[in-house]
Design a binder for this molecule. Structure first.
Ligand SMILES: [Zn+2]
Length: 412
C-alpha cells in the first residue's frame, strides 16, 4: 500500500542545522540512496517536465527555482549519490544539464538547468509502507519568463543559503604585532562544485591538499594560528566563506584556487586582490567563473552582496584594501623567490566575491592553472607545493611586521 504523504520543507530544521555549525556533519543513520532504475526526468505535454526519484527512505526536501539562468533546485536531507547516473535518469529535452552532490554538511542538492522555464506544480513524496522506500514526484508546468521570474523571487527568504547576519559580528580588531596572527585559509570550491577538472583531477581536492599543508606549516612556526573555511568535501557559498573566516577570528584571509582557463596558455602563480575593475580579461573571467560556480550550485549572490554591503564601513574598507594590496605584493615576492619563477603580471585585481570582507585583509592565490600541463604537474608535486608554502609564510612574516607598524602609526 502506498501511503500519500507530503513532506513539507523543513525550514526551521535548516536554521537549526546551521546553528549547530560545521562540526555537526553527516548523520549516523544510513543515508537515503537513489534507485536509478526507477528514477527519471522526462518531458510531458505542453512544455511540462516530470521528475520521479525513487529513494531508499523518505527524506525532508524542498524545491524552488532560481532565475538567470533558469534552474530548478532540490535540497534533500542527505542523499548518498553513489551510483547516480544522470544520463540514465535525465530523458528530458528541456533539462540541459544537472548537478548533484553535497551542498552543506547533512544536505544534498540536485540542480536542473532549464532550456525552457517551468515551475513546480504538484510535489509529493509517497512512502511505501511495506518496503520503507519513498517516491518523490515533482510535476513542473511551463511558465512564461515573467511568471518564472516571479516564482523564483519567493525562494531563499528563509535565509538558508545566507550567512546569518549575526555572523558578521564585530569588525575585526587590527593586529598590531601583539598576538599571533590568525590565518584563515579557504580551499576553493567543494561538494557539488568541483572547480576545474583536468585529467581526472579536481580543483577542490588539489587546493584542499595545499590548504592543509599550509595550515600545518603555519602552526608549526609557532608564530601563527591557522584554520580552514572548509575541511570536508562540501559546498560553501562565497559569502559563507567570509562569515566562516570572521567566526574563526581571521586576521588574514587566503583563498586558494587552481582554476582552468578556456583559452590561452596561462601559466604560473597569480595573487588577486579585490578591485572594482578587473585588471585583465583573465582576471575578469576567473572572478565571473567563481560567482558562476555559486550560481550553478543554487546561490543568489546579488542579494547576498547587498547584505555584505550593508555592513561595509567605508573607512574599514579603505584601510583593509591597502593592507590586502601590501599582502599580495609580499606574497608575489615570497613565492617568486621560493619557487624561482612567477607570472609576468603576478598581482592582479578583480571583483572576487570571496574577497569582500570589509575588515579582513584578503587575497586569492591562483596557485597555477590546471589547464596548463606543467602547472598541473607542479600542483601534484609535494616539493613544489612545499616551496610555495615557504614563500607564503615568508610573505606573511614580512607583512605581519610591516602591517603592525603601519597600524600603530594610524593609531597615534
Ligand atoms: Zn577555483
Amino acid at each position: 500500500m502506498m501511503r500519500q504523504a507530503i513532506w513539507l520543507v523543513a525550514v526551521m530544521v535548516c536554521s537549526a542545522i546551521w546553528a549547530q555549525g560545521f562540526a555537526h556533519a553527516q548523520g549516523l543513520q544510513a543515508l537515503a540512496r537513489v534507485d536509478v532504475s526507477q528514477s527519471k526526468i522526462e518531458d510531458g505535454r505542453n512544455g511540462s517536465i516530470s521528475l520521479q526519484l525513487e529513494l531508499s527512505q523518505p527524506v525532508p526536501f524542498r524545491v524552488f527555482t532560481l532565475n538567470d539562468p533558469a534552474r530548478v533546485v532540490m535540497d534533500f536531507r542527505e542523499i548518498d549519490w553513489t551510483g547516480f547516473d544522470e544520463a540514465a535518469v535525465d530523458q528530458s529535452e528541456r533539462v540541459s544539464d544537472m548537478r548533484f552532490g553535497i551542498f552543506r554538511p547533512g544536505w544534498s542538492r540536485l540542480v536542473l538547468d532549464l532550456n525552457t522555464p517551468v515551475v513546480p506544480d504538484q510535489t509529493e513524496m509517497r512512502v511505501n509502507d511495506t518496503r520503507g522506500t519513498a517516491t518523490l514526484q515533482i510535476d513542473m508546468i511551463a511558465a512564461s519568463d515573467e511568471a518564472f521570474a516571479d516564482f523564483s523571487k519567493a525562494r531563499e527568504e528563509d535565509g538558508w543559503a545566507l550567512p546569518k547576519s549575526t555572523a558578521f559580528g564585530q569588525p575585526k580588531e587590527r593586529q598590531l604585532g601583539d598576538r599571533p596572527v590568525m590565518v584563515v585559509i579557504d580551499p576553493g570550491h567543494g561538494g557539488v562544485d568541483s572547480g576545474a577538472e583536468r585529467d581526472g583531477y579536481e580543483e577542490k581536492h588539489l587546493v584542499m591538499q595545499f590548504a592543509l599543508e599550509l595550515e600545518e606549516a603555519l602552526i608549526r612556526t609557532g608564530r601563527y594560528k591557522a584554520d580552514l573555511t572548509r575541511r570536508d568535501d562540501v559546498f560553501m557559498s562565497l559569502p559563507d566563506r567570509i562569515s566562516r573566516a570572521r567566526m574563526l577570528g581571521a586576521d588574514v584571509f587566503v583563498s586558494v584556487h587552481a582554476d582552468a582557463l578556456s583559452e590561452g596558455s596561462a601559466t604560473g602563480t597569480t595573487v588577486y586582490t579585490l578591485s572594482d575593475k578587473a585588471s585583465s580579461n583573465m582576471a575578469a573571467e576567473l572572478a565571473a567563473g567563481h560567482d558562476r560556480s555559486d550560481l550553478l550550485a543554487g546561490v543568489d549572490l546579488a542579494e547576498q552582496d547587498d547584505q555584505i554591503a550593508s555592513v561595509l564601513m567605508d573607512m574599514a574598507r579603505l584601510e583593509t584594501d591597502v593592507r590586502s594590496e601590501m599582502l599580495a605584493d609580499f606574497m608575489v615576492n615570497g613565492i617568486a623567490q621560493s619557487v624561482g619563477r612567477i607570472r609576468k603580471r603576478p598581482h592582479l585585481g578583480a571583483g572576487f566575491t570571496v574577497l569582500k570582507a570589509p575588515d579582513i585583509p584578503s587575497v586569492l592565490v591562483e596557485l597555477g592553472f590546471m589547464s596548463n600541463k606543467s602547472d598541473l604537474n607542479n600542483l601534484l608535486t609535494k616539493a613544489w607545493r612545499d616551496k610555495v608554502v615557504l614563500g607564503v609564510i615568508d610573505a606573511l612574516d614580512n607583512w605581519t611586521v610591516e602591517d603592525a607598524a603601519q597600524g600603530r602609526l594610524l593609531r597615534q
